[in-house]
Design a protein around this ligand. Structure first.
Ligand code: SF4
Ligand code: SF4
Length: 432
């Protein structure tokens, strides 16, 4: 794609980066067919190609921005399906970051939208506050009839069942030591929303890793990776979380107190693996952030490095053989981190009968806080995904991200984290 930035504009490193990303796009349109929002609306402006064109206009001539630009950029899920499809390697996610930051400078959002984003940025990254908000929302559902339509749709997103309190893992810095000789030491990101919504995931992760001889350290200070603030456009809050996490993890890596950082929520993993890029223009933090990104792995990547199958027994493998599960490939894992086959392989090694739903490349509509900010599109994607998962005939669904798990979990088709299922076949409780 041709660009027309002035030499002055190109002195800004972000504009220079956007320029090189834009030039890589040949406008072929292959990405449109795999973009969930284009699939739903059929509108070119809701496709990656349309958004790339709009972002070029926005960045070249910021004064020319229209309300349409904001609407269609806000509708982007950030699912990154387009990056998997694109034959030219267009770095869409970083262009989107630059485009959205520019949009926020140019256009003042309507007051209700600003209030909502501010509220979410101050709530979700804190497990205690988020848990309290969800419990209140459960009560609020009794008064659903008196609420405006937008609030009603948000209340509908609150899970029927919530843990009584947030996951204690992560509330205090703690070391979980294996009862056998230690083969490795890792830091685990306990997370924010995950701790409020599902305490079983971190517990399963630690049990499984301890069983394999891995010592797990959880730092209370690194309670949030910054991804949710980043999705909302709260750049300062996101960078604050990044710096806190980098400070603690980089210090631990340098002192050789840990060998790796493991993440079991793939939305967070995608963010942490991108810290190096995010902080590239910050002299103080760039090298440390890059080191943290390089040491970070998804829980499935870590398990693949370990002899995890040694913890299974013929009996547990037999139990798994009797279970058919559908694997839901979270966008942040398959498109963001390019990890798709590995969790399938681990689940099959465990003995499970694993099936895959049709259109597995399409997002379930969760996408961070997208389901709260764009409920109509999110509901459309959720329905499509639920239908395709049910059509597999599976009795349980495995997924690697808390957002998808909360979005899709249902009493007639439970959705569990991959690590909960692997914990089960290595001696843990049955998770469904
Ligand atoms: S597939 Fe890639 S090169 Fe083609 S239009 Fe989409 S982003 Fe551009
Ligand atoms: S990130 Fe997802 S929703 Fe956004 S343009 Fe790419 S495929 Fe479409």
């Amino acid at each position: 794609m041709q660009t027309h930035f002035s030499p002055d504009q190109l002195k800004d490193p972000l504009i220079a980066e956007a320029d090189s990303i834009l030039r890589a796009c040949v406008h072929c349109g292959f990405c449109t067919a795999t973009c969930p929002t284009f699939v739903l609306t059929g509108d070119e402006r809701d496709s990656p190609r349309g958004r790339i064109w709009m972002m070029r206009e926005l960045l070249e001539r910021p004064e020319s921005v229209t309300a349409d630009t904001g609407i269609h950029l806000d509708r982007c899920l950030g699912c990154l399906s387009c990056t998997t499809t694109c034959p030219s390697g267009v770095d869409y996610p970083h262009l989107l970051d630059i485009g959205r930051a520019q949009l926020d400078k140019q256009v003042k959002r309507p007051m209700p939208d600003r209030l909502m984003r501010g509220f979410l940025a101050k709530t979700i990254p804190y497990a205690g506050r988020f848990h309290a908000m969800m419990r209140l929302a459960q009560i609020g559902r009794w008064f659903r009839w008196a609420m405006p339509a937008r609030l009603r749709r948000m209340l509908d997103k609150v899970p029927e069942k919530m843990p009584r309190r947030p996951d204690p893992i992560g509330a205090k810095t703690a070391v979980y030591t294996p009862s056998k000789p230690t083969v490795m030491r890792v830091a685990l990101l306990a997370g924010c929303a995950q701790r409020a919504l599902n305490p079983d995931i971190n517990a399963s992760t630690i049990r499984l890793l301890n069983r394999l001889g891995v010592e797990v350290k959880v730092y209370a200070e690194t309670h949030c990776c910054g991804a949710l603030a980043h999705h909302i456009g709260a750049v300062d809050a996101a960078h604050e979380s990044v710096k806190i996490a980098v400070h603690h993890w980089h210090g631990a890596l340098k002192e050789r107190a840990i060998d790796a950082i493991v993440v079991n929520a793939s939305g967070c993993g995608t963010m942490v693996k991108d810290y190096g890029h995010m902080m590239q223009h910050d002299q103080e933090w760039s090298a440390k952030a890059a080191a943290v990104s390089a040491a970070t792995c998804d829980i499935t990547e870590l398990l693949d490095r370990l002899n995890w199958q040694a913890a299974t027994t013929p009996e547990t493998r037999q139990t798994a053989t009797e279970t058919t599960l559908a694997y839901h490939s979270a966008c942040s894992l398959q498109h963001g981190q390019k990890i798709h086959d590995l969790p399938l392989r681990l689940l099959r090694q465990a003995g499970f009968q694993v099936v895959q739903p049709r259109d597995g490349h399409l997002c379930c509509g969760s996408a961070g806080v997208y389901n709260l900010l764009q409920p109509e599109l999110a509901d459309g994607l959720k329905s499509r995904k639920t239908e395709s998962l049910k059509a597999t005939g599976a009795e349980v669904v495995a997924a690697g991200n808390i957002g998808c798990i909360s979005q899709l979990n249902a009493s007639d088709l439970p959705v569990r984290h991959t690590v909960e299922l692997l914990d089960w076949v290595t001696g843990g409780e049955k998770p469904f």
